[in-house]
Design a protein around this ligand. Structure first.
Ligand SMILES: NC(=O)c1ccc[n+]([C@@H]2O[C@H](COP(=O)([O-])OP(=O)(O)OC[C@H]3O[C@@H](n4cnc5c(N)ncnc54)[C@H](O)[C@@H]3O)[C@@H](O)[C@H]2O)c1
Length: 330
């Protein structure tokens, strides 16, 4: 007998939603059933495109559709309320990053998920990207020796007109380029090294043309294994970059995230052949499906999403105080 499909309802029909629907369509055992968004035009267009039901109210969607999985692709300040509602209806969750606005909110989500027996994957996509997976494999195989340090640089114009206002309001987003993209870099560094951030020292600036969030950040991190790492993020006009250099005792890797991977064991970088893999969103849904069927955890459980928010809180605390901050863990 064929295995029953799990239904997926998506909350939020914004920029990232298409990736969720494409992944759901590609993963065996999943079927999209509905989408909800306050924006009538947007939600109707998404529903028509994927042949599913449209709702303006996500609570009504969850009550009526009773989906097995709810994907939460909402502005950050709404992650908690949607996650609590989904958990109270026994739904599993694909919860977009960053998990919520604060550690306190993450704790509420974790508690509700435990009560509702909900499995959650927090969408830290970096774990699921082909170049990153290959880089981690090469690091773990010892190819570049012992890790010495990492530096990660991301430059992208953050204040473009097409960016929705909520991203640029601290109350609704939790922060600017560091909350949105810096969390990807922190996650990438922790995941590649298998070690966690224990100390941060930060400097940020606020010269954005819109909103009240920071537009750049320079982070010095120290990991629990003693390794130093630096993150440089710039959101003002300039040339786009997204590169991570991993320096070992026997070589170096250069990761151009989402693009390519480069290796040097002496001499100039040489491009590494990266095996084809499914899209990061497909791998995320497969991971969630596996956790649901096994009763285990996903590769990005809510405890990990919370950990990233705990670091982010210290990043901002360091920027305000001008002092290094230690990340405490539960
Ligand atoms: N994993 C990644 O690489 C990645 C990439 C982009 C965005 N994201 C994350 O995805 C999430 C959504 O980002 P986005 O870029 O799609 O944002 P967006 O602003 O484009 O979309 C958000 C949607 O939510 C809708 N919405 C707002 N309030 C609502 C409510 N109460 N009920 C129903 N709908 C409501 C808005 O109308 C909008 O259509 C964020 O957490 C973001 O950080 C992740």
């Amino acid at each position: 007998m064929a295995k029953a499909e799990l239904t997926v309802a998506v909350i939020g029909a914004g920029a990232i939603t298409g990736h969720h629907f494409s992944a759901v369509a590609a993963v065996e055992g999943l079927r999209a059933c509905a989408v909800a968004d306050l924006n009538k035009e947007r939600v109707e267009a998404a529903a028509a495109q994927y042949g599913i039901s449209a709702y303006l109210d996500y609570r009504e969607m969850i009550r009526r559709e009773r989906p097995d999985i709810v994907a939460i692709a909402l502005p950050h300040y709404l992650h908690k309320e949607a996650a609590l509602f989904a958990a109270s209806h026994g739904c599993h969750m694909m919860l977009e990053k960053p998990m919520a606005l604060s550690v306190a909110e993450c704790d509420e989500i974790i508690q509700a998920a435990q009560l509702g027996k909900s499995r959650i994957l927090v969408g830290h996509t970096q774990h699921y990207m082909a170049e990153n997976i290959q880089a981690k494999f090469m690091i773990d195989s010892g190819l570049i020796g012992d890790l010495v340090m990492i530096h990660d640089i991301r430059h992208t114009y953050y204040f473009q007109n097409s960016r929705p206002d909520w991203f640029l309001e601290k109350m609704r987003s939790g922060g600017g380029i560091l909350a949105n993209l810096g969390t990807h870099s922190i996650d990438k560094i922790q995941w590649l090294t298998g070690s966690r951030v224990r100390k941060v020292s930060t400097s940020i600036s606020h010269y954005g043309s819109r909103g009240d969030v920071e537009g750049s950040g320079l982070l010095y991190l120290e990991l629990e294994n003693g390794m130093p790492a630096a993150i440089v993020q710039g959101g003002y006009v300039g040339a786009a970059r997204n590169e991570t250099e991993i320096i070992g005792t026997k070589g170096m890797l250069m990761l151009k995230t989402g693009d390519s991977l480069w290796l040097s064991t002496g001499g100039p970088y040489v491009r590494v052949e990266v095996p084809h893999s499914a899209s990061p969103f497909e791998l995320q849904y497969k991971d969630l499906l596996q956790a649901i069927s096994s009763g285990g955890e996903t590769g990005c459980p809510p405890s990990y999403g919370r950990d990233i928010i705990a670091i982010l809180e210290k990043v901002y605390a360091s920027a305000v105080s001008g002092k290094e901050q230690y990340v405490e863990r539960a």
